[in-house]
Design a protein around this ligand. Structure first.
Ligand code: PHE
Length: 347
């Protein structure tokens, strides 16, 4: 019987070591140790029939064999588990030396790039940058720049007045600013000449949206106030400004009218879209109006507390959106507010 046990043990251990998965192991366990008909179990069941002195010896040996088979099963199980973990780790191994996937790289919006260029150019010319409110009083937006309520010029700047219900403000008192000229008086009231100021900002006008009009747009306003500022300072500065911003362009000036400047001057540049041949954008003129300017009206200086007999100044206001259009040769202003990456990626 001892020999039988020895054979069973050898047979079982050999089988266990050859097994590759847990189901097989379980089958082997049942084959040898199964409660009813396991090979070892059957041998053990016969032990009580042995002679008393044999019983003790065989019984002890049978227990040892059982323990050895159980241990071998456990060991093999642990080995299989370890191998499985190693396989998974191998499958998930990451090569940290492979270059990463580059996230798509953004860049500044064409309007922001244009604004940054305007600001750095202005700084070079000694201008300080100022910012002001987009929700403005009628007083600063219109009256202080010499546009009283009955001024016909107000019609050219159809405005979004704000509904003041529930506040102390009277109807018609506050609006979305129609131009950055609102900042002329705000700055002049608080500072002393010499002044060289640039005010970039958003403005709003009631309009029908089309290829060249939008109800919200960016402007920048430059103004200079000091003793002895003359029209030639204005013309020279504007000419330099435009030629720096749109290299190679030609500039021409026309007399015009603004309530807040006297005399007033409009600047045109060669249309960059058609190169001067004439197109829908420049209304076949070959020239595109880009900027309004003039010598600051004595009334405006006076309203802001400056003595127009001592100080003179010039101001210019330009649509940043229009400048961007001309720089990048876009034929529709709405493209600048498009969220379509195919458009924006081109700049
Ligand atoms: N505020 C004017 C406009 O928006 C532009 C301008 C500014 C004209 C300063 C003259 C001087 O149309």
């Amino acid at each position: 019987m001892q020999e039988k046990l020895l054979n069973l043990k050898n047979e079982a251990l050999a089988q266990i070591m050859a097994v590759r998965d847990n189901n097989e192991l379980e089958k082997i366990r049942v084959e040898y140790l199964g409660k009813n008909s396991g090979k070892l179990t059957l041998v053990i069941k016969k032990i009580p029939e042995l002679e008393p002195d044999q019983k003790v010896i065989v019984g002890r040996f049978a227990n040892e064999v059982k323990k050895m088979i159980e241990d071998a099963l456990e060991r093999q199980k642990a080995l299989l588990q370890k191998e499985r973990e190693e396989n998974i780790a191998e499958a998930e191994w990451i090569d940290v030396t492979i270059p990463g996937i580059r996230p798509p790289e953004g860049h500044l919006h064409p309007l922001t790039q244009t604004l940054a260029d305007v600001i750095s150019l202005s700084r070079r010319l000694g201008f300080q940058i100022a910012a002001g409110p987009e929700i403005e009083t009628d007083n600063y937006n219109f009256e202080k720049v010499n546009m009283p309520p009955d001024s016909p010029s107000r019609d050219t700047q159809a405005s979004f007045y704000l509904d003041p219900r529930g506040s102390k403000v009277q109807p018609g008192e506050i609006l979305l600013r129609t131009h950055t000229s609102n900042m002329q008086s705000r700055v002049m009231e608080k500072s002393k000449p010499p002044l060289r100021v640039l005010v970039p900002g958003k403005c709003y006008r009631v309009d029908d949206v089309d290829a060249s009009h939008n109800i919200e747009f960016y402007q920048f306003e430059g103004f200079v106030v000091d003793r002895g500022i003359s029209l030639t300072d204005l013309l020279g500065t504007v000419d330099y400004f435009l030629k720096e911003l749109i290299p190679g362009t030609e500039v021409k000036f026309y007399a015009t009218h603004f309530d807040f400047t006297e005399p007033s001057v409009e600047a045109y540049i060669r249309c960059t879209i058609c190169g001067g041949k004439g197109c829908a954008y420049c209304k076949n003129q070959g020239w595109s109006e880009v900027l309004g300017s003039g010598m600051i009206h004595p009334h405006v200086l006076k309203f802001a507390g400056m003595d127009p007999h001592i100080y003179t100044g010039f101001a210019f206001g330009m649509g940043l959106t229009r400048l961007a259009i001309l720089r990048y040769q876009l034929d529709d202003i709405r493209l600048l507010h498009s969220l379509d990456m195919r458009v924006l990626e081109q700049f």
